[in-house]
Design a protein around this ligand. Structure first.
Ligand code: F6P
Length: 323
């Protein structure tokens, strides 16, 4: 009988619970003993490891967040921290670990696997910046939350003839911002991958105003050189040129807290089940993700050394459509 543990790490993402449930129930169906780790790598270091039965993961598929809790854990970045985690895994006789999370979490998974411990990663982050999965758990729900906000902002913006700077998450990646801009029909977008001069945005807003638009939306990624606050400050002295009165809304963690939609429930389920199946096949040291519409495994060594790129052709499209 195998003893397998699962943890969630880094920023939580809607659909993580579906993945936990699938990991656990796929393992139980094989007659394995399944375990959960509380609060990511921090809980692993502290030995917060407990058994998970089928009922323990019941009623969670529709819930946002993660029933295991999550954390960012600087201690796990040290050799001492990793050795402590390893000794906890040995003490609990855990034979393999499933790590559900994004870049930092998969770097930790890779480090553990380099120490000889079997680990399979599951691609999950609302940022969608993880190599090895075209789309990660949580992105779709986070995007829908952003779109709902943008749609609402357009309503009040129209009433007052205003422009809104809407800041979405994405520390180093403009995926959410770019997709929200395209799907939300924004007039301008700022992303970290391609710096945009605020003057260009000022012109775009002025054109929108002169074209008789009742409102304008600028989607700004938090990691862009000028974030929403930076842009608001910049425009303070240029406001008369814009035509529109300006307001700013930062969506922040609101985007992470949504209940998972059908896509993230299914993606979480498929990836979670696939992770357990990979372990059953004797595979580890890899990440399961969705590549070209198929569930696929990528070596963790490749995941941590490659950077996912954003299709900048879509930035051009966003600009073309903002007429
Ligand atoms: O999980 C990714 C992310 O949501 C980023 O978009 C954001 O920059 C960061 O996490 C925020 O982290 P925290 O929740 O630790 O403040």
């Amino acid at each position: 009988m195998k003893r397998i543990a699962v943890l969630t790490s880094g920023g939580d993402a809607p659909g993580m619970n579906a993945a936990i449930r699938a990991v656990v129930r796929t393992g139980l169906a094989k007659g394995w003993c399944m375990f959960g780790v509380r609060h990511g790598y921090a809980g692993l270091i502290a030995g917060e490891i407990f058994t998970l039965g089928a009922r323990d993961v019941g009623g969670i598929i529709q819930q946002g967040g993660t029933m295991l809790g999550s954390a960012r854990c600087p201690e796990f970045e040290t050799v001492e921290g990793r050795m402590k985690a390893l000794s906890q895994l040995c003490r609990h006789e855990i034979e393999a670990l499933v790590v559900i999370g994004g870049n930092g979490s998969q770097a930790g998974a890779h480090a553990l696997s380099l120490l000889g411990f079997p680990v399979v990663g599951v691609a999950s982050t609302i940022d969608n910046d993880l190599y090895g999965s075209d789309v990660t758990i949580g992105v779709d729900t986070a995007l829908n939350v952003s779109l709902e906000a943008i749609d609402r902002l357009k309503v009040t913006a129209s009433s007052h003839h205003r422009a809104f700077l809407v800041e979405v998450m994405g520390r180093t990646c403009g995926y959410l911002a770019l997709m929200a801009a395209i799907a939300g029909g924004a007039d301008a977008v700022m992303i970290p991958e391609k710096e945009t001069d605020p003057e260009v945005v000022a012109t775009e807003l002025r054109v929108a105003y002169d074209n008789g638009k009742a409102h304008a939306i600028v989607v700004v990624a938090e990691g862009a050189r000028y974030n929403a606050e930076g842009m608001a400050l910049y425009f303070q002295t240029h406001r008369e040129r814009l035509g529109f009165e300006l307001r700013m809304t930062r969506l922040g963690h609101v985007q992470r807290g949504g209940a998972p939609g059908s896509f993230d429930r299914l993606l979480g389920t498929l990836l979670g089940a696939a992770a357990t199946e990979r372990l059953a096949d004797g595979k580890h040291g890899e990440l399961v993700g969705l590549l070209k519409g198929e569930i696929a495994a990528t070596p963790l060594a490749e995941v941590v050394t490659n950077r996912k790129t954003l299709d900048l052709g879509l930035l051009k499209l966003a600009r073309t459509l903002a007429q």
